[in-house]
Write a protein that binds this ligand. Structure first.
Ligand SMILES: Nc1ncnc2c1ncn2[C@@H]1O[C@H](COP(=O)(O)OP(=O)(O)OP(=O)(O)O)[C@@H](O)[C@H]1O
Length: 220
């Protein structure tokens, strides 16, 4: 990642990004700007490279070339708050099967809040958000024992429990019932209206969620 030049863009800015997998170039010299208070919809066919781009923006996959800036600073700069500000919800959900729902959510919340909340308050917040999501009372169930949709809801609870400034969401609407789709769309809009940056993928149009920008990743 190159050192900071005169970057003018707030939010997330990727400059001349080249991303490849298995020697296949998915994205070449691409510029992408995700401004504060915007929702960006990332679209493309299966295998086009959406997840790869998101993983790259989340710092999990190295780019071949290019630079990524968060509020004008390279994301891997020691002073950057990027990884503290980012929630990346991967398609895989990144939850431990052998932990309960409450344990999984507490683990992530404690990482980000760094002890800034009492465990009692956190437990209450977890119960409240699970209730909101229609899975109230399942706090002590093992993650592995839930349905696909219920597991997905647990991952979404992170968006409420953890303060963040940017959400990168890989297919966040998949497996959700209509009520929860509406809930997620409303929370996403609220986050955007509070200055948040949102990037999400979906294979289906989400009627409930107006977007500010559409970005396509396409096969050659
Ligand atoms: N772990 C991996 N190792 C090697 N190649 C990979 C890996 N993951 C994905 N790829 C390849 O990278 C390309 C892009 O995959 P990616 O998952 O980014 O696409 P996508 O647009 O998210 O697809 P989908 O809509 O099916 O989720 C594909 O050709 C895929 O085979």
């Amino acid at each position: 990642m190159s050192q900071s030049k005169d970057i003018q863009f707030d939010g997330l800015y990727a400059h001349e990004l080249t991303v490849s997998r298995s020697e296949q170039i998915l994205l070449e010299d691409a510029d992408l700007h995700l401004a504060p208070s915007t929702i960006t919809y990332l679209y493309g066919e299966n295998g086009a490279g959406k997840t790869s781009l998101m993983r790259c923006l989340a710092g999990l996959l190295p780019s071949d070339q290019g630079s990524i800036y968060w509020n004008k600073q390279p994301i891997n700069h020691p002073d950057s708050s990027y990884f503290q500000d980012l929630i990346f919800l991967a398609h895989s959900l990144s939850m431990k099967n052998e932990l309960t729902i409450a344990e999984n959510l507490s683990f992530y919340a404690n990482l980000r809040l760094k002890g800034g909340i009492s465990q009692q308050s956190l437990s209450k917040q977890i119960s409240d958000v699970l209730l909101e999501l229609g899975i109230g009372g399942l706090e002590n169930r093992m993650f592995a024992e839930l349905s696909a949709g219920q597991q997905h809801k647990v991952a979404l609870a992170r968006l409420i429990l953890e303060p963040a400034k940017i959400w990168i969401l890989d297919e966040p609407f998949v497996n959700l019932d209509q009520k929860t789709r509406g809930w997620l769309a409303a929370k996403t809009l609220e986050f955007k209206n509070n200055g948040g940056v949102v990037l999400f993928t979906s294979h289906h149009h989400i009627d409930e969620l107006p977007v500010d920008q559409k970005v396509g990743v396409e096969h050659e």
